[in-house]
Design a protein around this ligand. Sequence first.
Ligand SMILES: Nc1ncnc2c1ncn2[C@@H]1O[C@H](COP(=O)(O)OP(=O)(O)OP(=O)(O)O)[C@@H](O)[C@H]1O
Length: 401
Amino acid sequence: MSRKQKIDLGDSSNYEDQGRAVRQRLDEGGSLNRWTGKPYSSRYYSILDARTKLPVYQFKDQVLKSLEDNQIIVVEGETGSGKTTQIPQFFLDAGFEERGVIACTQPRRVAATSIAARVAEEMDVNLGEEVGYTIRFEDVSDPNKTVLKFVTDGMLLREAMSDPLLLRYSVIILDEAHERTLATDVLMGLLQELLPKRTKGSKHGELKLVVMSATLDAKKFRDYFHGAPLLKVPGRTHPVEVFYTAEPEPNYLEAAVRTTIHIHQCEGPGDILVFLTGEQEIEQACEEIREKALALGQDLPELVVYPLYSSLPPQQQRQIFKPAPGPRIPGGPSGRKVVVSTNIAETSLTIDGIVYVVDPGFSKQKVYNPRVRVESLLVSPISRASARQRSGRAGRTRPGK
Ligand SMILES: Nc1ncnc2c1ncn2[C@@H]1O[C@H](COP(=O)(O)OP(=O)(O)OP(=O)(O)O)[C@@H](O)[C@H]1O
């Protein structure tokens, strides 16, 4: 199959059948990867099976038809529905890359890099070739080869300053728009002005825009873009049970550490993600969890603890994706990984193996005090939408709590 050849998925609305049909056709064609021309790996097929079961897969035709008919669409997808990893690939299946690069923005660096790595794996290509990412100080893409690029919203904004018509691109996907980061909001304003200059039949070709958001805010974006069609993608893949403390905890840091240790002692296998508000708190919690786990002795499986906050260097941030340690003795229970993070792990991230999420319900938020005209970061209770996003970090690759 040539690199540019499209895979025709036919009209069937049953995408599990379609997944099978795609594989069958690929097998008939000698199982050659559309991008590399090499045979697909067995890993590719096992991921393809999981991908076709994601809720968003049933909306593939609808998303493509809608984008073909409109310049702008808004997609409202529940957490874990598969919108970030799958929708950009739908556009590749439909051949949009022939008109220009497809860019998908992410508010956070760690999300841009990890999603690019995942999508490269799903497409069975090397990261930095057909699929790449650009974050501040790090560009892992090839100007001659990359067809799908994950970028932080800030980097795309910078690019828009030197190339105001974003001529390299055929589709811009603004993901996690509900987070309302400054860069995404400014990009939305820029794109609203830019899109009339890049319509169908215009000198530079059409630029399409897809705004993707979690539930709640999607209607606002539709109104902002003058009634662009809104597509709703329901459902997450696996169930997540939610438990609450009987009473509010006077010290949430101490309670989060205690709960983590309790899970380690009493619950079945699976990694733990704990949300706290900032670097100092996170380092303190990591230290306390390590000490307490050590004091429990060698009878329990090994516990490794990783911090995650935005000022950590990217290399250290990526440690959270390392698998949990193996058993202490051959045949014994596997070790467990704990990630203690700020809200940078709240959206977009899939950390394979996370089964338990501990959420005290606080984050640092920018608050403007008009009396003294100063903006400061204050520890404040999170919104219900954030709590939903946090619980959605479990239940992504298996049921969660
Ligand atoms: N690195 C990964 N390892 C294993 N599975 C993954 C990985 N990345 C994604 N997945 C699978 O794909 C599913 C969809 O991920 P995706 O990031 O596309 O969801 P989403 O709809 O954008 O959710 P959110 O808005 O919460 O980020 C996950 O729930 C998980 O099952």
